[in-house]
Structures are given as C-alpha cells and as structure tokens.
Design a protein around this ligand. Structure first.
Ligand SMILES: Cc1cc2nc3c(=O)[nH]c(=O)nc-3n(C[C@H](O)[C@H](O)[C@H](O)COP(=O)(O)OP(=O)(O)OC[C@H]3O[C@@H](n4cnc5c(N)ncnc54)[C@H](O)[C@@H]3O)c2cc1C
Length: 609
C-alpha cells in the first residue's frame, strides 16, 4: 500500500560503495539535484574494495573532497607489491623471506592511495553524503521498479518495516551490487553475459593477529625498500594460476583473499579449502601462524557484464550491478570513479537527442573498456608465479595505466564527450596492440614452463621498475597528447624488446638504435613471440641497414644478414669482408644507441641481496 510519494532527479538503488561515490560526486557537481539512496541494511559489513589505486585515490581526494577523512580514518597505502618464491630452493628448508623475489616500491606513491575498511567507509559515506544534502534511507528494501514511458517518472517500490511506498524519480541508478535478487528487474532491459573467456574465482576473508611482514627478514631486506612499510602495501603472494592478497584495513584487521584461474587451481570457495590453500604457501603460512579468521566470502565466477550501462529510458547500472572483471591491480574503485564521470554526462536535464548521443557513446565506451582491460587478465594467470614474466608484464601494465588511464583521469578527460569519441575511433588499434603484447606474456609463460625455466628469477631479485616518476612528473604539468602517445610507444618497444630478449636469451635489442627504429607501430601490432616473427623482424632490420649503405655508397649489392645474435655483436654477419670505409660506416650505424625514455627513466634499485 502506498504511504507516501516523493520526487527525485535520481534514485540510487542500494547504498554500497558505487552509490556512495557516485551520488556524492553528482551532488557536489550539481547541488540542485535531488538525490535519494535506498539501502536495505541498517549497518554495513566487510566487503572487498579495500585497496585503491591511482584514479580512485585522485577521485576520493579531488572530486569527493575526502582527503582529510581518508588520512584520519583509513590507512595510507604503500603501492602494490608482488612476492615470488623459488620452490626448489625452499623445498623442505625453513622458509627465508629474504630469498623471495620482489617487485614493489621503496617510497609511498606520488599520487596518494589508501587501504580502506569498507565497513567503516560505507557507513561514513551515508553520514557524509547526508551532510551535503543527499537523502540516504537505510533499512529500506527496493522491491520493484515501474519504468515510466516517455517523460513519465519511474516509480520505485520500497518496503520498510512491513510498509511499502512509492518513490518517483526521473533517473533510476541500479547500484544493487552483485548478488541482489532485485537485480532481476534489470535483466530484461540489459541482459547479463557470464563471461567464460576468463575463468576467475575468488575466496576471501578478514583476519586478526596477522603477522607483521616488516618484522621478518634481516636489516638488508628492510633496507632494500628504504625501510618503507611493506605492511601498508597491497601485498600479492604470487603463484602459477593464482595470487593472494593481503590488505591491512586498520584496527589490526587484515583482509586476505585468493583469486585463481579455475582451469589451474582446485575449487577454493569453501572456507576450509581457502584456509588450507593459504597455509600451503610458505610466506603466507608464516604470516597467518597465529591469525584468526573473522569472516569469509567467496564467489565461483567473478567475471560478468550487462549488455548496456545506461539507456535513454533514464536508467543506468553501475558498479558491481553493471559487471565485473577481475580484482587484480585493484581496479574496482577506479572503475567506479570513471563511471561517476560517465554518469554525470547523463543525469542533468537535457534534450532527448543530446541524451541519445551520450547514451550511445557511454554504452560503447564501457564495452570497449571492458574488452580492453580483460586482455590484462585473460590467459595471464599461468604466468603469475614467475618473477621474470611479471617483471615485464607489470612494467607494461603499470606504465600504460599511468601514462594513459591515470593521466586522462588527472586531466578529467572522461568528462569530455569529444575525448570519449576520439578514444572509440582508435579502439581497434588499441585492442590489437594490447592483445599482441599480452599474448607475448602468455607465450613466454608457456615457453618458460616447457623448458623448465619458469622460476629461474624467483630467487632474491628486487625490482623497483614500477616507479613511474618521470610520467608522474609530466602529468603534474597537464595532459599533453603528443608526450603521452610517445611514452606509450616507448613502453611498447621496451616491453616487446624485453619479451624477445627473455624468450630467445638475447641481449642488445633494447639498446640497438636500428632495431628500435624498426619496431614501428605496424611491427608492434603484428608482434608474436615466436621464431617466425623474430626472423621476419631481423630481415626488416637487415633491409634497413642495406638501404642506408646504398644511400651512402650507391647501388653496391652489399648484403647484410641479421639474426637475434647480431644485436649483441659489434657488427652483423657478412660485413667483415667489406671495404674498410663501408665496414666502418656500417659499424657506426649498428652501434648507435637507442634512446628509450621509459627505459632511461627506470630506477632499478639495489641489486639482489
Ligand atoms: C574478490 C574481489 C576483490 C576486490 N578487491 C577490490 C579492491 O581491492 N579494490 C577495489 O577498488 N575494488 C575491489 N573489488 C571491487 C569492489 O568490491 C566493487 O567495486 C564494489 O564493491 C562495488 O560496489 P557496489 O556498490 O557496486 O556493490 P556493493 O558494495 O555490494 O553494494 C550494493 C548495495 O546494495 C544493497 N542492496 C542490495 N539489494 C538491495 C535492495 N533490494 N534494496 C536496497 N538495497 C539493496 C546492498 O545491501 C549493498 O549495500 C573487489 C571485488 C571482488 C569480487
């Protein structure tokens, strides 16, 4: 029975993190909007979404005005850290953390990020959002939505304490999360695809009495990271087919979770199996020696997506209610931040034709982003236990993220429809290049496994290369498309060169100017980590050199043979018998050093100890 009718510009169904962030953003941008959040619970609980990265950190601080709040109520985060171990060395011996290979920062990041306690954050957002004029009604269950046709308002049915009422609104935003039955209302409007191209499952829980990683190891191991707190990082304990996270969320509670490829790892969705698996990992077992589990959650299939993000019929599905890919790299709150910008295109009143154009654009863009980001995870879990592979992959993934996604966000690009349009124009090229490179990581994992070399760098290495100071400094001076595009090109060349050097045991490709020059966009897009590609590439470098000799010495018939070994040689084969002046000219050309701004700005840190 209807008790009361209210009118809103936007009603958010569900009061979790998606609505907390997006409703707040909309209200801050458009104080005149009447916004209601309807949440069924009266208290909040632990939930994933605890580790934030660059875009989300910026969004919380800049767009949501929560900088002081986060520093005072949550934990500053010391970046993402990855630990690998060599099973043979550790086999049967007492575990020694200093033997682990590690990728991770030795300072807090330039762009602040946080480890958040969702239980606290969600509840605080209810309060903080009320303070800026958003109505947040807890203990209210959304039971149905009657969608208004044309300009008619939508009617949201709400039930509380056995009473029901109708709320009227221009826009309905579905932020019901993943498991809510009420999501069914949207299934017909925006059907769901359970994505079976990426078979990731997850199990996680919060623990008290987790050991302190900063109390392990010797002084040299602490010094390696400049005595910065590894504890405050999102620590990843890496293995073939899985990764385990440890995220401190304050008050002595640490969130632990496993995400795994179901093709490789047994089912871990029951608490016993989850805990048993954690205890099988030497470093994790050490940290959990005295720990007690507080809660447990799991999901057998993480990856799914709805057909549309939004409609001209004035509804949108955001956050987990829209879809989810994979929590590796902690992208959840980043996605919510970008979605907040996209949603803001839609909700303010506008002409139908204008809305239609934006809806089409946003729907296409959200699909593109999903397809693109999926490439980072799909078929990649097989390589997750190898430092060697991940040291290359993380450079590509981190630098591309900073140089493209983060920089765009820093410059508020997602608020600009023309920018979104331009991104879509080049989407096929972007996909092709990204797929070529990600396939390279997949193929390197297969090769190193087949040849028994998968863990050959898992002992005592330390990599600081995810620090991206130069790009971050450039970002502070404002977005520059030419610089960003050039950075991206350099990152591609660097990554492909390292993949080839690692796969074929070669040296010198990265520093050889002629080789780097031959790595054109077309060459990179068609890249394959196999002998045929290398042979054809070497042929191209040889022809480039022949043509330069021809330019200099006329039509001379000089024939150059380049193979993978040539890049570490003073001069390619076949040139030894040439006249001295030709040989000397060719040698100079061959020995010219390449400039790669990414490679040159890498900070490599102390050598393995
Ligand atoms: C394994 C895993 C690890 C993750 N790790 C991270 C990470 O480290 N960092 C990160 O940024 N993201 C992470 N994420 C993603 C993050 O969890 C999501 O982005 C985030 O929780 C999405 O919030 P949401 O509001 O969409 O959903 P939720 O937070 O689930 O909120 C949905 C809300 O709707 C309410 N509700 C449901 N039905 C009704 C109804 N009928 N009426 C009223 N209210 C209702 C619920 O009570 C709930 O409060 C992770 C996700 C997974 C699965």
């Amino acid at each position: 029975m209807s008790m009361k009718t209210d009118h809103y510009d936007a009603v958010f169904l569900g009061g979790g993190l998606a609505s907390g962030m997006m409703a707040r953003y909309l209200k801050r941008e458009h104080p005149d909007l009447n916004i209601l959040v309807i949440e069924k619970n009266t208290t909040t609980h632990y939930n994933p979404g605890e580790s934030t990265v660059g875009v989300a950190g910026l969004f919380f601080i800049r767009d949501l005005g929560l900088s002081t709040y986060l520093y005072l109520n949550h934990l500053p985060k010391c970046g993402l850290r990855y630990l690998f171990h060599d099973r043979e060395t550790h086999n049967g011996k007492p575990f020694d953390v200093t033997n682990c290979s590690e990728i991770g920062p030795n300072i807090l990041p330039i762009f602040p990020t946080f480890q958040v306690d969702r239980k606290r954050l969600d509840a605080d957002l209810w309060r903080l959002n009320r303070e800026i004029g958003i109505e947040v009604e807890t203990g209210n269950l959304v039971t149905d939505v009657e969608f208004g046709e044309g300009d008619a308002l939508h009617k949201v049915q709400v039930s509380s304490n056995g009473k029901s009422r109708t709320v009227e609104t221009r826009w309905v935003v579905n932020s019901l999360g993943r498991g809510s039955k009420t999501n069914d209302i949207f299934d017909r409007l925006s059907p769901i695809t359970i994505d079976d191209e990426h078979l990731a499952a997850g199990a996680w829980g919060r623990f008290t009495n987790t050991g302190d990683i900063d109390l392990l190891g010797d002084d040299a191991w602490r010094k390696k990271v400049g005595y910065t707190a590894r504890y405050l990082s999102t620590n990843h304990f890496m293995g073939r087919g899985f990764w385990i996270w440890a995220i401190p969320i304050g008050d002595g509670v640490v969130s632990w979770g496993i995400v795994y490829d179901k093709n490789i790892i047994r089912d871990l969705t029951q608490q016993d199996a989850f805990v048993e698996f954690l205890k099988e990992q030497p470093l994790v077992a050490k940290l959990l020696e005295d720990a007690e589990i507080v809660d447990f959650q799991s999901h057998p299939h993480l990856t799914w997506k709805r057909e549309s993000f939004c409609s001209t019929d004035r509804w949108a599905c955001v956050g987990d209610a829209h879809g989810f890919l994979d929590p590796f790299y902690s992208p959840g709150c980043d996605v919510l931040s970008r979605q907040a910008y996209l949603l803001e295109h839609l909700i303010p009143e506008q002409e139908p034709a204008q809305l239609k154009e934006k809806v089409d654009l946003v729907n296409e863009y959200t699909w593109h982003e999903y397809d693109l980001v999926k490439l980072l995870y799909k078929d990649q879990y097989n390589g997750f236990g190898s430092f060697e592979i991940f040291n290359i992959k993380s450079l590509w993934d981190f630098h591309s993220y900073t140089n493209r996604l983060l920089w765009y966000f820093y410059d508020r690009k997602y608020r600009d429809g023309d920018f979104v349009k331009a991104a879509l124009k080049t989407k096929d090229k972007t996909m092709e290049l990204t797929a070529a490179i990600q396939d390279g990581f997949r193929d390197l994992a297969l090769y190193l496994t087949e040849t028994g070399q998968y863990e050959r760098q898992n002992l005592g290495e330390y990599s600081l290369r995810q620090n991206r100071f130069r790009i971050e400094e450039e970002m502070l001076t404002g977005y520059d498309d030419a610089i960003s595009v050039n950075n991206h090109f350099q990152i591609c060349k660097f990554t492909v060169s390292e993949l080839i050097e690692s796969r074929f045991g070669l040296k010198g490709l990265l520093t050889n100017r002629m080789a780097q020059h031959a790595l054109s966009v077309a060459e990179l897009s068609g890249f394959k980590l196999n002998e045929e590609w290398l042979e054809s590439f070497c042929g191209k470098v040889a022809r480039d050199l022949e043509s330069q000799l021809q330019d200099k010495f006329g039509n001379n018939g000089y024939h150059v043979t380049v193979d993978g070994e040539s890049f570490s040689q003073p001069i390619p084969k076949g040139l030894d018998d040439l006249p001295e002046d030709v040989k000397s000219y060719a040698t100079n050309l061959w020995q010219e050093k390449a400039v790669n701004t990414v490679a040159d700005s890498l900070i490599t840190g102390p050598k393995s100890g």
